[in-house]
Design a protein around this ligand. Structure first.
Ligand SMILES: Cc1cc2nc3c(=O)[nH]c(=O)nc-3n(C[C@H](O)[C@H](O)[C@H](O)COP(=O)(O)OP(=O)(O)OC[C@H]3O[C@@H](n4cnc5c(N)ncnc54)[C@H](O)[C@@H]3O)c2cc1C
Length: 309
């Protein structure tokens, strides 16, 4: 299944099989008490749905502004950014189950969401075709928790932001980081972040900090900490703008591997492998990739190494 293709690394040989691109369009909004149920077909461009909910003053998706791709792609990796994930407000996913040959409706709990993860990406990869996604949104205050968003709004002098102000802040921050698709910006020729932020123990975090200076971290319930993969990559010797032939890193964001012109999928994988190896050698942390690899041989060495924990 192909959505917008924004989170895929496709083998240079292509895909030996049938590829379907989801084209179903349409959005319905239905009041349900104080909430609004927003049911969007899988082929809707994601950011248009976000913009439509923000225009109605509905909170819940505003921090997910500017993410490329389709509605149907969002539950696959539990799309998230700037303090929100789709799983926070997702009510149900209507699917076609290729195993049973029947349509079904999955609740959020049944999707088994995690950080950039769901059953659609892991245990049940390729089993379900996502047909539409329903969100439960409410009018009300936006989510303003992420430090970059807080700082941006403070600098702009916005004391009590509404959802529209948060959408504008997120779009401005994302554009600065080359994370909004823009044909004129070569830093946006990527799959977005190539690696997920690893979760390490507090002891390992202290070790990182003693090795390379204070490592930023987000505390998680239970005592573990999430460390920005971008920090590990930069401190392992891959600065923003790093170039290696036709591939490199965005000049604005070390987490995005960019096609500098004429790069093959193998070139992208080779740089990703080099980064994973160097981060593991320097910090003992094994980065995991975020995009989906399609068309590669089951025992492709690079893909296997990248996906290894
Ligand atoms: C510049 C840039 C910035 C990005 N920023 C973010 C970000 O901030 N946060 C984030 O989480 N992601 C981000 N991404 C990644 C990507 O945009 C999201 O993962 C998006 O949801 C992928 O949707 P898509 O329609 O493009 O999916 P595709 O890339 O087409 O497919 C991705 C996976 O979803 C499956 N899929 C797609 N549609 C369906 C369907 N209808 N039914 C079943 N399976 C389906 C595909 O088979 C594949 O496995 C970014 C990407 C780019 C290029």
């Amino acid at each position: 299944m192909l959505g917008g293709g924004s989170n895929l690394v496709i083998a240079d040989e292509g895909i030996d099989g049938l590829v379907l691109q989801m084209g179903a369009r349409g959005v319905e909004l239905v009041a349900d008490g104080a909430a609004t149920l927003v049911q969007a077909r899988a082929g809707e461009p994601w950011d248009e749905v976000v913009a439509a909910t923000v225009a109605r003053g509905l909170a819940g998706l505003e921090c997910l502004s500017g993410i490329p791709g389709s509605v149907g792609g969002t539950p696959i990796q539990n799309v998230g950014a700037y303090g929100q994930e789709v799983s926070n407000t997702l009510e149900a996913v209507a699917v076609f189950d290729r195993q049973t040959g029947r349509p079904a409706v999955l609740s959020a709990a049944e999707c088994r969401f995690g950080y950039r993860m769901s059953r659609f990406k892991r245990d049940d990869a390729n089993r379900f075709i996502v047909c539409d996604v329903t969100f439960r949104l409410r009018p009300g205050p936006p989510t303003v928790t992420y430090p970059d968003v807080v700082a941006h709004l403070e600098r702009a002098g916005v004391a009590s932001p509404d959802v529209a102000a948060v959408r504008e802040a997120v779009l401005a921050i994302r554009r600065r980081k080359g994370m909004v698709l823009d044909a004129a910006d070569p830093d946006t020729r990527s799959v977005g972040s190539f690696f997920m932020n690893p979760v390490v123990s507090a002891r390992d975090h202290a070790r990182l900090t003693s090795a390379a200076g204070p490592a930023p971290s987000f505390a998680l319930p239970g005592g573990d900490v999430k460390v920005p993969a971008a920090w590990l990559i930069e401190h392992a010797g891959f600065p923003r703008g790093f170039a290696s032939g036709p591939v490199g890193l965005s000049s604005k964001h070390p987490l995005a591997i960019v096609n500098r012109g004429g790069a093959s999928a193998r070139d992208v994988l080779a740089l990703a492998v080099r980064i994973k190896q160097q981060v593991a050698d320097t910090f003992g942390v094994r980065l995991r990739p975020e995009p989906v690899f399609a068309g590669f041989d089951g025992d492709d060495r690079d893909v296997r190494y990248l996906c290894e924990a």
